[in-house]
Design a protein around this ligand. Structure first.
Ligand code: ATP
Ligand code: MG
Length: 570
């Protein structure tokens, strides 16, 4: 695994593990796991869990398993398995030979269920799903015992075998743990641990028509693999007694410790596979890897780097209380990383033609531009300059308001790495009045953008490209997927879909970039000066016709938030 980007902050999970090592529990070993259900693509919340589990294992010289929790044949697909493996490796983690599937344990799990029956701790129940719910009771009222609760061991073993052989219809019978219908914890009221599903499984085919429930499969898979610390999100806190009960009831040799932490929530997005799938299926985004999605594949396509995501996961830390993290922090992390590694370039998103009237018609100059001011070893490159250039439409105002220091009639500005130019004329469309082009003059004594001998100063530096040499490309700008900071208020709140931002994607079909970027590699990232970081789209770019996704602008709103917070404290 890659080295850490920031020193690890201590947290309660690290404290637990350190205490365990000190007490020589589990012979001082640390074995964790990341157990995704292959029913969708991974999102940034999963990245938090991945960084935590793989990170802790690496820190304490242990191992981390990648285990597919593939116990539900109906919603799972091989496509998801492949994408999950790819995402975990891309994030920089290596499971080595520890790749597992819960479905590989189906035989063992079946034997465990039979053992529970033999020990009088499980029974076959013929109540329907609805009846089971009715019998369960509520938070304030105890449940009622199932009439099938006192079947003999022999009868239970026989019925369970016949369930497995496919003799019964789906939903007609289930296997339940025999715990306590009066328990204050609803999960302990004789929970279902096996159900009949006559479904094809992507790994076991038609071998099984009964499938274990999550709570039963998970603790046993952990135990079978010798997991020491089973780290999961807070919603499993109420399931921990069941986790422990099953392992105790079977006298499991290895009894992992379940530890819960708060899941990651981010502003302006949703974070559940089911909801993300709704966005995909409804055509609101172009797919799981749409650059607006909070999925690992979407972030990658958008231009996020593994280091920036790992760094983010370290910064947010782990806690026991649910909270919502400001998406500005994630953006801050990617800016921070790309600032160091992204080569600079010039690109014009909304072009305005500028003719430099005193520049010779057939001349082209090669000017020197710095590749990365943060990294001297990145060197310089040549960029062509000629009589006709493009600048950003936004950088010109015919009637400049106060504090607008960029180009205006009669005003002089610097063209980055090139010359001082002065606006001498505005050419408009006769019918519409739209500005078609600008006329300028340049000062040959300012080559490279240097100040002239007379010490004249300008208040703005603009980016530009040479019209004749520039490559025409498509650029896609992204905004937040939802217009509300917390689109998903849960039960009773408005539906998150009603907060979809209709303007989250803006396509600019006619942009111009430095000629050197005409063949930019898909997946490569650069900074367009003054505009942000951009990543060459891996799906829609063609040789010689790159499509650029804006990863993030240069304005660091997180730094501003931090600053005002510090001020507030003083
Ligand atoms: P979702 O609700 O998005 O479908 P899930 O919990 O059902 O997520 P799993 O594939 O079961 O997804 O999760 C694999 C692991 O990732 C689990 O250990 C789970 O606790 C963890 N995980 C899922 N979502 C988050 C999150 N938002 N923050 C931190 N960890 C998460
Ligand atoms: Mg799940």
């Amino acid at each position: 695994m890659k080295s850490r980007d920031t020193a690890p902050a201590s947290n309660f999970i690290r404290s637990i593990i350190e205490a365990d090592i000190k007490a020589n529990r589990n012979d001082g070993k640390v074995v964790t796991r990341f157990p995704p259900e292959p029913n969708g693509y991974l999102h940034i919340g999963h990245a938090k869990s991945i960084c935590l589990n793989f990170g802790l294992a690496a820190e304490y010289g242990g191992t981390c398993h990648l285990r597919f929790d593939d116990t539900n044949p109906i919603k799972e697909e091989v496509e998801y398995i492949e994408s999950i493996k790819h995402d975990v490796s891309w994030l920089g983690f290596d499971w080595g030979r520890h790749l597992y599937y819960a479905s590989d344990y189906f035989g063992q799990l079946y034997e465990c269920a039979r053992e529970l029956i033999r020990r009088g701790r499980a029974f076959v129940c013929d109540l329907s799903g609805e009846e089971i719910r009715e019998y369960r009771g509520t938070l304030t009222e105890p449940g009622k015992d199932s009439p099938y609760r006192n079947r003999t061991v022999e009868e239970n073993l026989d019925l369970f075998r016949r369930m497995k052989e496919g003799e019964f219809e789906e939903g007609s019978r289930v296997l339940r743990a025999r715990i306590d219908m009066a328990s204050g914890n609803l999960n302990m009221r004789d929970p279902v641990i096996y159900r009949i599903l006559k479904a094809y499984h992507h790994r076991t085919g038609d071998k099984w028509c009964i499938y274990p429930m999550y709570d039963f499969a998970h603790c046993l898979s952990d135990s079978i693999e010798g997991i020491t610390h089973s780290i999961c999100t807070l919603e499993f806190e109420d399931h921990r007694p069941l986790y422990d009960w099953i392992l105790d009831a079977l006298d499991a040799e290895n009894h992992p410790q379940q530890i819960e932490f708060a899941r990651l929530n981010l502003t302006y997005t949703v974070m559940s596979k089911r909801k993300l799938m709704q966005l995909v299926d409804g055509g609101y985004v172009s797919g799981w890897d749409d650059p607006r999605m909070p999925t690992v594949s979407g972030l990658r396509r958008r231009g996020y780097t593994p280091a920036s995501i790992r760094n983010f996961c370290e910064k947010i830390g782990v806690a026991k209380r649910d909270s919502v993290v400001d998406i500005a922090l994630l953006e801050h992390c990617v800016r921070d990383d790309l600032n160091r590694r992204a080569p600079r370039a010039m690109g014009v998103l909304r072009p305005l033609r500028v003719v430099i009237e005193n520049y010779p018609v057939d001349r082209t100059e090669e000017l020197d531009a710095v590749n990365n001011p943060e990294d001297a070893s990145a060197g310089t490159r040549k960029i062509p300059f000629s009589r006709v250039i493009y600048i950003e439409r936004d950088d010109f105002r015919e009637a400049p308001p106060k504090k607008f220091f960029r180009l205006a009639p009669g005003r002089e500005v610097r063209l980055r790495y090139a010359y001082f130019v002065k606006c001498t004329g505005v050419v408009k469309d006769e019918n519409t009045g739209e500005i078609k082009e600008l006329r300028c003059t340049y000062d040959p004594e300012t080559r490279g953008g240097e100040s002239p001998p007379d010490g004249r100063k300008v208040k703005a530096t603009l980016h530009w490209v040479s019209a004749e040499h520039a490559a025409r490309v498509e650029v896609r700008l992204y905004d937040r997927l939802f217009s509300e900071p917390v689109p998903d208020r849960g039960k009773g709140g408005p539906d998150f879909m009603s907060f979809i931002n209709p303007d989250s994607l803006e396509v600019l079909p006619e942009c111009y970039v430095e000629p050197g970027l005409a063949d930019a590699e898909p997946g490569s990232i650069c900074q367009f000066e003054r505009l942000g970081y951009f990543c060459v789209d891996t799906r829609d770019s063609k040789p010689g016709a790159p499509v650029f996704n804006r990863t993030v602008t240069l304005r660091d709103t997180w730094a501003r938030i931090e600053k005002s917070r510090k001020k507030g404290k003083k």
